[in-house]
Ligand binder design. Structure first.
Ligand SMILES: *[C@@H]1O[C@H](CO)[C@@H](O)[C@H](O)[C@H]1NC(C)=O
Ligand SMILES: *[C@@H]1O[C@H](CO)[C@@H](O)[C@H](O)[C@H]1NC(C)=O
Ligand SMILES: *[C@@H]1O[C@H](CO)[C@@H](O)[C@H](O)[C@H]1NC(C)=O
Length: 471
């Protein structure tokens, strides 16, 4: 159908954004309306899914973990580097357009269909300008994360410290950085100073935070390669997805041919957005049961796996630049400590994306299943490690803490590292322990440290004609 004379979009005139935002009351956010589906939202999961205690008290540090190296064990944190995904965001423009398409489809129905009524009457309050911006809840995610980190590491987060902030250039990340800073100032000073007395700017650093955009081999072989996501496409056409599509088409009284996996996924995402942004149980959620949710979660994980995870080596190799930078700063802090100099970067706070964290976690060998995630092993992967909702929900954070330990028996024991994912100690893949001597860690990652260099890994001309599976 030609679209030359398309009239105004059907639907109510939309309210100005600020009025919409006012509707999101804080009281609502505190009400814990956990839905059965919320564990399956993948990268669109709320942070509270991985830290349920925050639903009761957003500043609580949760159950104490005896695994922390505490000052009592004669170890003091020297340096902390946090890689933080932006907080809860609005849907992207693309998602909003697809939702509009689905909404119009349901509104234009002529046959009466009782089950579709709630959707035809649903207020399409998203509009394309919201395009992936940080939601008010996302600001809170960041402010509260800052306050919890300051409470957990009071020695590092003290007033006289210097904090190095960096961010991806995306609006939601820059805003996340600002919200985090606000939370930090609140934690340190008990109130917001008249102006940002710290006088520290957030550095925009896409080379580190959006390395994937700058990696030519990744862009050509994966991002812009129409066939690279063949497992994802096959799953969209596969039996599990077909069952969900048929069920939803029947519920909504729409012909199966008018629906596809992308539209159903956008309905599922809308359920997730309404919960994460507004803390409401939206009618969109009622379309799905837990089985459907598991299928849609797998679809989301498949895409993460092939685009950001173990699917292609270049996905993780492109994060070498960040990996090298982390160890460079750890080395520097140790050198400064050894020569009794003040640590020049005791706290490094970097704001990026799920796409920043996931490849780095894959490079380091976390959450690796024995078999690849594929279109035809949905059942077999039921208990997979690679569940992006557990790994990179909104506001997810990967934190490296370097400790200096007094009374070390050997020089190697003097410097130790812990890694936290989403504020919980993450066991190292090589030892299953939650603490590692720095020398052991460097030794374990020796090959990456010596041989993985962004410019070489990402150079396209060096690629031979082999399949990307071997890249
Ligand atoms: C695109 O991906 C497919 C599947 O991995 C691969 O066989 C093909 O070589 C890739 N094409 C390019 C141009 O990288
Ligand atoms: C590409 O392949 C050729 C022949 O198989 C080989 O000689 C060459 O070293 C390869 N180049 C790279 C960069 O791997
Ligand atoms: C890559 O493959 C194409 C066709 O298969 C061939 O013509 C070309 O010479 C190959 N390039 C290299 C660098 O091997």
């Amino acid at each position: 159908m030609a679209s030359c004379f398309r009239g105004p979009l059907p639907g109510r005139p939309s309210l100005p954004l600020f009025l919409l935002l006012l509707r999101v009351s804080l009281a609502q956010e505190r009400a814990a309306a956990t839905s059965l589906l919320s564990g399956y939202f993948g990268t669109k999961s709320r942070y509270e899914e991985v830290n349920q205690h925050l639903l009761q008290d957003p500043l609580s540090l949760g159950p104490p973990d005896p695994g922390y190296l505490l000052p009592s064990a004669a170890c003091a944190p020297l340096q902390l580097r946090a890689l933080i995904r932006h907080g809860t965001r609005f849907p992207t423009e693309k998602q909003i357009r697809k939702l509009g398409q689905l909404h119009r489809l349901l509104r234009s129905q002529e046959r009466p269909c009782p089950a579709a009524q709630p959707f035809a009457h649903w207020d399409m309050w998203y509009h394309p300008d919201m395009d992936g911006k940080l939601a008010p809840k996302g600001r809170l995610d960041m402010e509260q994360l800052a306050q919890r980190l300051a409470a957990r590491f009071p020695g590092l987060f003290s007033r006289q410290r210097r904090f190095a902030f960096a961010s991806s250039s995306k609006h939601r990340c820059v805003e996340s950085s600002a919200a985090f800073r606000k939370g930090l100032l609140l934690a340190l000073h008990g109130q917001l100073p008249a102006r940002d007395i710290e006088n520290e700017e957030t550095e925009i650093n896409d080379k580190l935070m959006r390395f994937f955009d700058h990696c030519e081999k990744f862009v050509t072989c994966v991002e812009e390669n129409a066939t690279a996501m063949y497992e994802v496409d096959a799953f969209k056409q596969g039996p599990e997805m077909k069952r969900v599509l048929e069920k939803i088409a029947a519920t909504l009284c729409v012909p199966l041919r008018d629906l596809n996996a992308d539209l159903v996924q956008v309905a599922f995402f809308t359920c997730s957005f309404e919960l994460a942004i507004k803390n409401v149980n939206s009618p969109w959620c009622s379309l799905f049961n837990e089985e459907d949710a598991k299928v849609l979660e797998y679809l989301n994980d498949l895409k993460q796996y092939w685009k950001r995870g173990y699917g292609y080596d270049i996905n993780s190799r492109s994060s070498c630049i960040l990996f090298q930078d982390i160890f460079k700063h750890l080395d520097k802090a140790i050198a400064e400590s050894k020569s009794s100099m003040p640590i020049s970067s005791p706290v490094i706070l970097q704001f990026g994306h799920a796409e920043t964290l996931q490849p780095l976690l894959a490079l380091m060998g976390f959450f690796k299943d024995e078999e690849p995630l594929a279109a035809n092993n949905y059942k077999k992967q039921m208990h997979r490690k690679f569940r992006s909702g557990r790994i990179v929900p909104y506001a997810s954070n990967l934190i490296f803490v370097l400790y200096h330990c007094d009374q070390a028996k050997t020089p190697e024991e003097e410097y130790q590292v812990q890694i936290l994912l989403n504020e919980k100690l993450l066991p190292f893949p090589h030892s299953e322990e939650t603490v590692s001597l720095y020398t052991d860690l460097k030794n374990h990652y020796k090959d990456i440290l010596q041989n993985c260099h962004f410019s070489e890994e990402c150079e396209l001309s060096k690629t031979n004609n082999t399949s990307t599976d071997e890249l």
